[in-house]
Design a protein around this ligand. Structure first.
Ligand code: TA6
Length: 296
């Protein structure tokens, strides 16, 4: 279903028979809503989000490409998140069959203006799929279509804003004992302690070479998000906490209590594609009652 969203921006709504749904804006190729079969919203979008170019939509799943963060010559998190994507009506076949699932294919190619800031030709295909159980899958395929023989290099993240009931009651499992780069300390490298991760102040870390499965436990709601990833070795965890929240114009002062970014990413070792080569990166999210997950 293709319709108009906030500020008249085009969006696509995916619905699954049991009642779960997702919304994808062509602006940014950005998922802004993911609801379970009870209609409960699972992603965080700020009440102050602007839905207005050139600012990226604050929440949902912005796509960071071709640069994650501010390390590099491009604007923070690259430009994919504030470009207008198109519906890809005839995508090349995917190896995994999307079967009877609800999905939409989007595509981003560089405009002439874009070529001035990043002088490469590419085709970025994004498939957003809502699985029969309400799982949300994002698959990115990025192809180097340069005709001048040049390779290009990029970093990437699915900047996923999860909605949580109370950040101080949230636990992340799967990242303990890993090395991380601390964005709050100039990307210095540290090693995480042995316990599951909990939150009591600002966090902005890039965990390196993580397991493919990360669990985010929302104790208050007795809900566990399970994030699975493929082709994306790193995982970013971010919460701005109170002080940083106040400094972000499109983010409410107290909203940090209700969000946590956990992001399948590729940051430490950038990806290089030769002309004709394609890279694929996938993030899959499911939300299940916590009891369901215990002991796993
Ligand atoms: O994903 C973590 C992060 O890179 C943080 O460093 C923080 O700045 C956040 O993204 C938000 O960035 P943004 O450009 O959307 O304000």
């Amino acid at each position: 279903e293709h319709c108009k969203g906030a500020n008249g921006l085009d969006k696509v709504v995916l619905r699954e028979v049991r009642g779960s749904s997702a919304e994808v804006y062509l602006y940014g190729g950005q998922v802004t809503s993911w609801k379970n079969e009870y209609g409960e919203e699972l992603l965080f979008v700020s009440s102050k989000a602007t839905f207005k170019s050139p600012k990226a939509i604050r929440g949902g799943i912005p796509i960071c490409f071709p640069q994650f963060g501010s390390h590099g010559s491009l604007e923070q998190h690259g430009f994919a998140r504030n470009r207008f994507w198109s519906i890809d009506h005839d995508p090349p076949p995917f190896p995994t069959n999307s079967g009877n699932k609800a999905f939409i294919d989007l595509i981003l190619k560089p405009s002439e203006e874009d070529s001035k800031i990043w002088s490469h030709r590419y085709e970025f295909r994004l498939r957003v799929t809502l699985g029969p159980g309400g799982d949300l899958m994002l698959t990115s395929r990025i192809r180097n279509t340069n005709t001048d023989g040049k390779s290009f290099t990029f970093t990437f993240a699915y900047n996923t804003y999860l909605f949580v009931t109370d950040i101080s009651e949230v636990r992340v499992e799967g990242l303990e004992t890993l090395d991380y780069l601390d964005n709050l300390k100039g990307r210095e490298r540290f090693t995480e302690q042995g316990d599951a991760i909990t939150f009591e102040s600002e966090v902005d870390k890039i965990y390196l070479s993580t397991p493919t499965k990360i669990a985010i436990l929302d104790h208050e709601r007795k809900r566990t998000f399970v994030l699975r990833k493929d082709g994306l070795p790193d995982a970013v965890v971010w919460n701005p906490w109170d002080k940083k929240a106040k400094a972000i114009s499109d983010f409410g002062d107290d909203e940090y209590k209700h969000m946590l970014c956990v992001e399948a990413a590729c940051v430490e070792k950038p990806i290089t594609l030769k002309p004709g080569e394609e890279w694929r990166g996938r993030q899959e999210l499911s939300a299940v009652p916590s009891s369901y997950c215990s002991g796993q």
